[in-house]
Write a protein that binds this ligand. Structure first.
Ligand code: ARG
Ligand code: ZN
Length: 441
């Protein structure tokens, strides 16, 4: 017994410093400003998991602005949260509440930090309401942001295309595919406009000069796959042999030609289902925006195309419209239902969807036509690996050129090379097993 030694004192002091520092950190526990994807470190947020979004939007008579909007998120805290971040860019925020109590916010770029009155305990569910308005796609100074930022007013209508990070420009969210959630969309538009969003149309309510469309996406969905489209669309419906409803939305003036362009979707689904498994959602279809677009997008249950798809104009990699239609359909399995955990692995979306174009070609025009397609892909990527020329390894894309052709074409070739190596029988048996394993998850 006796006084403690200097060595013991030193140990005591070190332990005391660690304990008090840890206590201070856990008492003050802000959620991370990123979800942990080192490819795009700022995307998404840490400390919680969103279960559902309800996005209510009132669109101005000229379709140019969001007069009033409210997004309600239900989330689960995965740590004790003194504050947390939402991704939200531009727009004017009118009110933020957490569990019905007013919360403080601070905004910087696409990060909005929300500080509730009380710390949210780890494991607890909480509800965030954000009320806002403005012109999406502009920051608070009224400067226009990049095109790929979600909500886009093109004159006669509105489209939303957000891959990879545009959603935050029109609703506050955890903007990363690692945090999928359920969605309700309540879109209030001037008559006679039609509002189309993901999932099933639950309700249409006419209220004088306004119409409110309620859409429900009841399978988990990544934020980048959300879409809202507004125009004077007409709906065209069919049912596949397997009982899946296809509902397409076409601009009134070109609806007839559009129906022709998209006539083979049921056949495509019948081709893909034996290869990839049953269609993963309860409905499918497309929406054609009344504006030409240099891309198409696999927005969940309702792929988005520009009107140039109709005339048969190519939208990327020299593929025909029919091929692009097959590509976006295949994404519903590869990309939408099954989604990479990091944007670095985008080739798992694009390589598989591009290979599906060859599989469709093979099913309809035969193996030699499909081989010709693969050879043409090969000629576009046969130059040496070079990130700047878009021929880097598909699994290692440059963050500033994510959608480079290697991700698509080399990605497709990964699958074709494997098929050539192991043979059709083993390849398709393996593919079927992978798809079953995915479904059992
Ligand atoms: N995923 C889309 C496709 O089916 C491409 C989206 C392109 N997006 C972009 N930001 N360039 O190929
Ligand atoms: Zn694609």
């Amino acid at each position: 017994m006796g006084w403690i030694t200097k060595g013991q004192l030193r140990v005591f002091v070190v332990v005391w410093v660690i304990v008090t520092a840890t206590m201070a950190v856990s008492a003050q526990s802000p959620g991370d400003a990123g979800i942990g994807d080192d490819f795009y470190p700022g995307l998404g947020n840490g400390g919680y998991d969103v279960e559902s979004y309800r996005i209510e939007v009132v669109v101005s008579d000229d379709l140019a602005a969001i007069t009033r909007a409210k997004t309600t998120l239900t989330a689960l805290a995965t740590q004790s949260l003194s504050s947390f971040n939402l991704d939200f860019l531009g727009m004017t925020v009118d009110a933020v509440r957490v569990n019905s109590a007013d919360a403080r916010i601070a905004r910087e770029g696409r990060e909005m930090t929300v500080t509730p009155q009380q710390t949210i305990p780890d494991g607890e569910a909480f509800v965030v309401e954000v009320e806002y308005h403005g012109v999406p796609g502009t920051d608070s100074d009224g400067d226009s942001l990049d095109f790929n930022n979600g909500w886009f007013h093109y004159g006669g209508g509105v489209l939303v295309a957000s891959e990879p990070d545009g959603s935050a420009a029109w609703f506050p969210c955890n903007d990363h595919p690692l945090d999928k959630a359920l969605f309700d969309f309540v879109i209030d538009v001037p008559a006679p406009y039609v509002a189309v969003a993901n999932g099933v149309l639950e309700n249409v309510e006419k209220d004088g000069e306004r119409i409110v469309y309620t859409w429900r996406m009841s399978h988990p969905m990544a934020t980048y796959l959300t879409t809202v489209n507004i125009n004077t669309f007409v709906e065209q419906r069919e049912v596949t042999d397997s009982g899946l409803v296809i509902r397409n939305y076409f601009p009134l003036a070109i609806a007839e030609q559009a129906a022709e362009t998209f006539a083979r979707q049921a056949e495509m689904i019948a081709t893909f289902e034996p290869l990839f498994g049953p269609f993963p959602f309860d409905v499918y279809g497309v929406v054609v925006a009344d504006v030409p677009l240099g891309f198409a997008l696999e927005t969940q249950t309702i792929s988005l195309f520009g009107r140039n798809v109709i005339s048969g104009t190519a939208t990327g990699s020299g593929a025909s419209s029919e091929s692009v239609i097959a590509h976006e359909l295949a994404h519903q399995w590869f990309g939408d239902s099954l989604t990479p955990a990091t944007w670095r692995d985008l080739w798992l979306n694009e390589g598989f969807a591009t290979y599906a174009q060859a599989l469709w070609t093979e099913a309809t025009l035969g193996r030699s036509a499909a081989d010709r397609m693969m050879v043409s892909f090969y000629s576009q990527i046969s130059s040496p690996l070079d990130a700047a020329r878009g021929t880097a390894a598909p699994g290692d894309p440059p963050p500033d050129a994510l959608f480079n052709r290697s991700v698509y074409l080399r990605g497709a070739w990964v699958l074709h090379a494997l098929r050539l190596q192991i043979g059709d029988e083993a390849f398709f048996r393996f593919a079927a097993r992978v798809c079953v394993a995915i479904r059992l998850q």
